[in-house]
Design a protein around this ligand. Structure first.
Ligand SMILES: Nc1ncnc2c1ncn2[C@@H]1O[C@H](COP(=O)(O)OP(=O)(O)O)[C@@H](O)[C@H]1O
Ligand SMILES: [Mg+2]
Length: 178
């Protein structure tokens, strides 16, 4: 079975769908280190480290929630549909295509109107990673469109960016179906 470990989510692929689980891997990473921390006399940090690990899990949940809410608000053809979301897991259509290179994306972004490009650079940089896009026969679509969880993300949510510049993004990313 194909899987992929994102920053805060663990993705399982079936033929037609992907399942994005908020991941426990940060918690697991801390648990594995506990014997070493005790040996080094760092046991006073265990609780702090565990809380940090659980925060990673919380971020996965927050990403799943904002991704599902972005889909429900926009239903945009720029986004791969999210069929179901409950925080712990999002179920999305499996999109086939190729992941663009950084250069290909930059060339595409450069075709957007100047004000759209300006706002694009205000959203959290995580949203613009090549792994979050897929080049398909219809054009470029987003497979990962959560708002992110940083202070930047709260100030400039990705969903708001998509809503504000929907027409311009469609004309540039998926011109054939605009
Ligand atoms: N709907 C999808 N169809 C096909 N591949 C996907 C889909 N969603 C995610 N992926 C692949 O899984 C990787 C990790 O998923 P992503 O949603 O980006 O998780 P994270 O938020 O943890 O970065 C992506 O970079 C992409 O390659
Ligand atoms: Mg991603």
């Amino acid at each position: 079975m194909k899987t992929n470990k994102g920053a805060y989510r663990f993705v399982i692929f079936t033929k037609t769908k992907v399942y994005k689980f908020a991941t426990f891997h940060y918690v697991w990473g801390v648990l594995k280190n506990i014997p070493r921390m005790i040996k080094n006399g760092d046991s006073k940090f265990i609780i702090k480290e565990l809380l940090w690990g659980f925060r990673g899990f919380g971020r996965g949940i927050a990403e799943n929630k904002s991704e599902f809410s972005c889909w429900k608000r926009t239903r945009s053809p720029l986004l791969v549909p999210t069929y179901f979301g409950c925080g712990i897991v999002n179920v999305q259509k499996r999109q086939y295509g190729t992941t663009p290179t950084h250069e290909e994306l930059q060339k595409l972004f450069a075709k957007l109107p100047p004000q759209t490009q300006f706002d694009l650079h205000l959203v959290e940089s995580h949203c613009l990673e090549p792994g979050n896009f897929m080049q398909t026969k219809d054009g470029m679509v987003f497979v990962d469109y959560d708002d992110g969880t940083s202070p930047t993300a709260k100030q400039h949510p990705f969903t708001v960016f998509i809503e504000k510049w929907h027409r311009e993004l469609k004309n540039t990313f998926i011109p054939r179906i605009s």
